[in-house]
Write a protein that binds this ligand. Structure first.
Ligand code: HEC
Length: 186
């Protein structure tokens, strides 16, 4: 075989492998995000119905980090939530996440549906190569109880007590509340 053909065949196969690898990591990230979203929503709804929003705040406060940790370990990656306006400052976006959240806002203004906004890239995290993935979280009706423009005073007080630095109010239905964010070290 002519060596030029051989080289292009090898390059072709390896770029195909990279693409397949990338697809696999996107798929894996989507699954982790879905698992986290489903579990968080189920616990939130159950707490809201059973005990009301004040108790549900406690569920978000204690269970959200626990469930994120559990699913991260189960799926072999790191999945959490972030936002341009965080409630828990531990969820603050890093530079890359901040850029992607701004990109999501721009894409939404350009007419894309918040439900479908996703972005992934191979980049570096703390000097190490990593695959990163984000998926936007739209604001639904139920979210307004604790993230809306008119949060009830007793709910507001409880939130302020737990999160003195809270920035996560003033949202409307359809706004991007934040995003799920995945890191997979390579
Ligand atoms: C009962 C009150 C309550 C409701 C209802 C609620 N949240 Fe939250 N939310 C919280 C609390 C408390 C936190 C902080 C959790 C933590 O400490 O990680 C939070 C954190 C978040 C975060 C993580 C980023 C940040 O701001 O720290 C996102 C994203 C989020 N909520 C989205 C939603 C969405 C979407 C809905 C509707 C489906 C919703 N929330 C409904 C109380 C609530």
């Amino acid at each position: 075989m002519n060596y030029r053909i051989l080289i292009s065949v090898i390059l072709g196969i390896s770029s195909f492998a990279v693409m397949a690898d990338n697809e696999m990591m996107i798929k894996q990230s989507r699954q982790a995000v879905k698992a986290l979203a489903t579990e968080l929503k189920a616990e939130l709804m159950a707490a809201m119905q059973k005990a009301g929003p004040i108790e549900a705040i406690k569920v978000c406060n204690t269970r959200a980090p626990q469930i994120s940790k559990k699913i991260s370990e189960l799926k072999g990656l790191n999945v959490r939530r972030t936002s341009l306006k965080t409630r828990n400052s531990a969820n603050k976006a890093d530079d890359w996440e901040h850029g992607v959240l701004q990109q999501f806002e721009q894409r939404k203004r350009n007419g894309e549906a918040a439900q479908t906004l996703e972005y992934s890239q191979i980049t570096e995290v703390n000097g190490k190569r990593a695959f990163r993935f984000m998926k936007a979280i739209p604001t639904g009706e139920i979210c307004l109880t604790c993230h809306g423009e008119n949060v009830a005073p007793e709910i507001k007080a409880k939130i302020k007590q737990l999160y003195p630095e809270d920035k996560a109010t003033g949202f409307r239905v359809g706004d991007i509340r934040g995003a799920f964010t995945v890191v997979k070290p390579l």
